[in-house]
Design a protein around this ligand. Structure first.
Ligand SMILES: NC(=O)c1ccc[n+]([C@@H]2O[C@H](COP(=O)([O-])OP(=O)(O)OC[C@H]3O[C@@H](n4cnc5c(N)ncnc54)[C@H](OP(=O)(O)O)[C@@H]3O)[C@@H](O)[C@H]2O)c1
Length: 341
């Protein structure tokens, strides 16, 4: 059985993603004792993929070595198992990366019972849903009547954050990179306002959209949005540091934010980061609330699906270009699909 995979051959620091990977076709691996052979069905496309491909990967996980398969979380189907907890046909959450077949120890897999659409297991009931829940509930602590601002609002985490905050009674404002995304946030997802950060200066637009200031800022981007939020923040505002996607492609990524730490002290603000992987034990609590909101028609998610493993590099590059509305996913195979040689 042949395994198609993308191996990392160069760091993404300066080079386009497409130039950093090599398409290889090799024999599929075989499972050893305690191991499971899986077939990749869906791959999650995340900003973190690019970080792991750089020479300075985030500290919570090592970078990808040259020659190794590009890392990505996935939903897989079990094909063969030497582990008592798994049998062929089981669906599992895995870290198989950009390839057709992977072998993993049983303890690295988590069996899933899909709640309808399988793609939701990578978004709402996956790391995006958990990230939105933990960041907003633990650090943001939303209260009815407060104003929440979220950047990269039309993305996977941002759409869930905004709808969770609405359900908590907040006034919700998002920023996104096109008028089409902004209309979608307001018309379909129930945001109170949305601003296009590629239009007028963001701070000016936000001041108009948040007449009573900002109580909670869920920061997915860093940069200009963080600067605007710090300046417009109310006393005792909470800033949730989730990600810094704007810094990854910025010409001057080290440029700091004005007013820190002075404004943090003067406004008694809280600014705190978190990593979702430290909170995997919170899934049941998070997905309980998220699934109740879905059942009550108060939360919807959209999947942005790209077909074909071969399109993985373009799919990731497109995430940084803002192509996606909702959760970007690569569909590699269908469950139960016959194996090809
Ligand atoms: N702390 C954690 O454990 C954790 C876990 C998961 C994700 N994250 C972080 O959460 C953030 C959102 O992740 P996601 O998976 O939901 O991705 P996503 O929002 O689905 O996709 C990324 C979005 O970022 C926007 N973007 C790209 N370049 C930008 C720039 N220069 N300035 C402003 N926006 C830009 C694009 O939309 P536009 O059209 O709006 O530009 C794009 O759609 C990322 O920073 C990610 O690293 C953190």
């Amino acid at each position: 059985m042949k395994n198609r995979r993308y191996a990392l051959v160069r760091h993404t620091d300066k080079a386009p993603i497409m130039d950093c990977v090599e398409w290889r076709i090799e024999e599929a691996p075989s499972p050893g004792p305690g191991e499971v052979l899986t077939r990749t069905l869906l791959l999650s496309v995340d900003p973190a993929n690019r970080g792991w491909m750089s020479s300075t990967p985030p500290s919570y996980m090592p970078g990808i070595g040259f020659g190794a398969t590009v890392r990505s979380s996935s939903i897989d189907e079990v094909l063969a198992s030497n582990h008592p907890d798994f049998k062929p046909g089981d669906l599992v959450e895995a870290m198989s990366g950009w390839q057709d077949y992977a072998v993993a120890p049983g303890h690295a897999l988590r069996r899933i019972e899909p709640r309808g659409d399988l793609a939701l297991e990578l978004s709402l009931y996956g790391l995006s849903g958990l990230t939105a829940y933990v960041g907003l509930m633990d650090i943001g602590r939303p209260k009815p009547g407060e104003t929440l601002f979220v950047s990269a609002a039309a993305g996977s985490v941002g759409t869930i954050v905004g709808q969770l905050a609405k359900a908590a009674g907040c006034r919700v404002v998002g920023s996104a990179g096109s008028d089409k995304k902004c209309r979608w946030l307001v018309d379909e997802l129930g945001f109170d306002a949305a601003v296009n950060y590629k239009g007028e200066p963001l701070r000016k637009q936000l001041r108009a959209a948040c007449p009573e200031g900002i109580d909670i800022y869920f920061d997915n981007t860093g940069g200009e949005a963080l600067q605007a939020a710090v300046l417009l923040a109310n006393e005792r505002a909470r800033i949730i540091c989730c990600g810094v996607i704007s810094r990854w492609t910025a010409e001057n990524p080290d440029q700091g934010i004005k007013g820190i730490p002075g404004l943090i002290a003067m406004k008694s603000m809280l600014m705190q980061g978190f990593i979702v992987f430290d909170n995997l034990h919170r899934r049941k609590e998070a997905f309980g609330l998220l699934s109740r909101l879905v059942a009550d028609n108060r939360l919807t998610v959209r999947s942005d699906i790209i077909d074909g493993l071969e399109n993985a590099p373009q799919a990731l590059a497109g995430l940084f270009a803002g192509e996606n509305m909702g959760k970007r996913i690569i569909r590699v195979a269908e469950p139960g699909q016959r194996q090809v040689d």
